[in-house]
Write a protein that binds this ligand. Sequence first.
Ligand SMILES: [Zn+2]
Ligand SMILES: [Zn+2]
Ligand SMILES: [Zn+2]
Length: 304
Amino acid sequence: MTKDGRPAWHANPSEWHARQTYGGRPASDEFCVTGFLPSPTRPAFGLRELLMECATAPTAPLWNNSLGTGPVGYDSAFLGTAVPVRCVLHLAGALATAGRDAQLRLETLDPGRRAVIVHERRRFSLALVCAGLDELCRHPGCDFPAPHPQIVFCDEHLADCSTATLTKMARGWGLSQNPDDSLGRREGSPEAELIARAAGAAGACDSVIAVLVDTVFPQHTSQPGNEDWALCRARERERHRLTRIGQAEAQRIRRAAGQCATCGSALSVQVPAGFPPQFCSVSCVSPPRHAQSQVRETKQTVRA
Ligand SMILES: [Zn+2]
Ligand SMILES: [Zn+2]
Ligand SMILES: [Zn+2]
């Protein structure tokens, strides 16, 4: 509800747009009424209850002005803002595998504009003005979208992922590619490049890229002949392309660091295999990268 007692969804969204750029500052800086609270302090609610509310609350177009009529929505007690019905239905669709018992939590709210809803580690951004839904990077508080349903971190946070996580994503992404696509169409994907760069940062180019190309170009030993040869050529071309990208990223990190992150000794130009490029040797890799990023994530959650 607004101060004069009218439902918040009577507010004009063009006012929100004007405010968004007012003073050159993003809306979340000065107009986020509720602010960024750590999600554990907000009560959890069930997808079932949210859908029930959506089905029973009185609805109306969320805005109406010279630009036209906004999406139909309602005032949600769970979200503390007016929300388009379509946003809630899209969210339910995205969480179909989690089921109606899925527990949700509001991570951030910018009333009338945007809400971020969390289910376990998955994060969804609801665009309240235009009824959009985006899945976000899984790093708490990150505003960048997840590049792909199987690549669940933005490029910055992909670089913090462990080799095991990257391997899982490489396989998941590979399996999501259409095996009936021509070989040419299966090469050169910018999404594969994201994984390759992160593998370079983790010092795991060879193993992660091997999983990726073996999943995208699976060998059919039962059908020898020309087709197999073409498949093999495509797989090796893509392996070399991605390895060059991953190695270049490792080299970039090594040059930028200059010295070992643990012992401070000067780093050689040669990119090491099997451990992250900002260290001089395996013995300096301590604590492991994934433990480091977990500590950082925990800190971020507490601070937020
Ligand atoms: Zn894709
Ligand atoms: Zn991120
Ligand atoms: Zn060292």
